[in-house]
Design a protein around this ligand. Structure first.
Ligand code: PLP
Length: 400
């Protein structure tokens, strides 16, 4: 049979490692194994009742959700998004500067597609969300990865200055961040904004974990100054804030010509995000649902539980993240040790061994540009977290 050739650009990307590991943990569970999956970037809570009710009302109002909407979203949703930016972030956007996408991942994809030419450099602070370099590669750009593990997972002005070249087109900012949960302070972000003054570098500020800040404050890059506002596209979504990963709505706001270009790209690829989800999102954004405060408190308790538990495991060091629902412990002291017949060569082997021998699923740090670390999501019950930490501790005591 003829082996049909794939496009060269698709050969530059790999399937998502986090989704693959989540699927693997699920498959082991389906075989009857008692696996604790701390892999997914997904809340374990239900979408708030008022949001579900708004979607049901829209479904019951015959004909409303059966049709296309404008490709960039319903005008009333764009207004609701603009109002959210004003209320929560002090950012003034006209509805035309705002659009809805099929998830924040799609917002990022559209933005990279709208800005990056072949060979353009994109600065990606590491550890990074797995999809950033893949999107840049797909569109022919060049990821310029800057390690932040020795500066508390925060990009410094010095490191940014070193990475800038005349080919730099875009800087990625993600606070609170995946996989580290690090929250970048106002001063840290202001220092980056100062470095960018006078350049033609755009900023993608991915603020998807905005509602999950436990220490410090959430700062929107675009709100730092007029200069920062003019070079930034702010991306956010409902997935993490409102336990709505399945609804697939993200949104973006920024300079009008960039939003128009993203809209053109979207109009020829997905068209509008699902109409029913747009109605649900309007409700979530206009009424910050009552459940949110309780969720934050639960996440703080879970974070404290997993951080202290992991720091008690021999050889593991775990920083306390200020936001999101991930921890990113350092397992480098385990590398080179043995578990029975197995030598722990690197974080992938550690991860595989923890999955098959301790039945705890995490994601190797190398997938996020930080070998030697592992990512665990604590969007899991207290009991699961306790059990997972116990199992990792037992595994650690068996190492030689
Ligand atoms: C940093 C970051 N941005 C964007 C997304 C994607 O969000 P969505 O589900 O809205 O596409 C994720 C999801 O894991 C993420 O961690």
């Amino acid at each position: 049979m003829t082996h049909l050739k794939l496009a060269e650009r698709v050969g530059r990307i790999q399937p998502s490692a986090t989704l693959a590991l989540t699927a693997r943990a699920k498959a082991l569970a389906a075989e009857g194994k008692d696996v604790i999956a701390l892999t997914a970037g997904e809340c374990d809570f239900e979408t708030p009742a008022a949001v579900r009710a708004a979607a049901i009302d829209a479904l019951n109002a015959r004909g409303v959700v059966d049709r296309y909407t404008p490709a960039s979203g319903l005008p009333q949703l764009r207004k609701a998004i603009a109002a959210k930016f004003k209320r929560d972030n002090g950012l003034e956007y006209a509805p035309e500067q705002v659009m809805a996408n099929c998830g924040a991942k799609h917002s990022c994809f559209n933005l990279v597609g709208a800005l990056v030419n072949d060979g353009d450099e994109v600065i990606i602070p590491a550890p990074y969300w797995v999809s950033y370099p893949e999107m840049v590669n797909f569109f022919g750009g060049k990821p310029v990865v800057v390690d932040t593990s020795s500066t508390g997972f925060v990009l410094t002005a010095e490191a940014l200055k070193k990475a800038l070249t005349p080919r730099t087109r875009l800087l990625l900012v993600n606070s609170p961040g995946n996989p580290t949960g690090a929250v970048w302070s106002r001063e840290a972000q202001q220092a980056l904004a100062d470095v960018l003054k006078g350049t033609e570098v755009a900023v993608l500020s991915d603020e998807i974990y905005e509602k999950l800040v436990y220490d410090g404050e959430h700062v929107s890059f675009a709100a730092l100054s007029e200069d920062a506002y003019n070079r930034t596209v702010t991306i956010n979504g409902v997935a993490k804030a409102y336990a709505m990963t399945g609804w697939r709505i993200g949104y973006a706001a920024g300079p009008r010509h960039i939003i128009d270009a993203m809209g053109a790209l979207q109009s020829h690829s997905t068209s509008n995000p699902a109409t029913v989800s747009q109605f649900a999102t309007m409700k979530a954004l206009t009424e910050d649902p009552a459940e949110l405060d309780g969720w934050r408190k639960k996440f703080i308790a879970r974070r404290d539980l997993i951080v202290s538990g992991l720091n008690d495991v021999p050889g593991v060091k775990c920083a306390k993240p200020g936001g999101a629902f991930y921890v990113f412990p350092d397992f480098r002291a385990w590398i080179g040790k043995r578990h029975g017949d197995l030598k722990l060569m690197d974080d992938s082997v550690i991860c595989e061994a923890l999955l098959t021998r301790a039945l705890v699923a995490g994601v190797p740090g190398r997938e996020f540009g930080a070998p030697g670390f592992l990512r665990f999501s604590y969007a899991a019950s207290d009991e699961e977290i306790r059990k997972a930490v116990e199992r990792i501790g037992k595994f650690a005591r068996e190492l030689s």
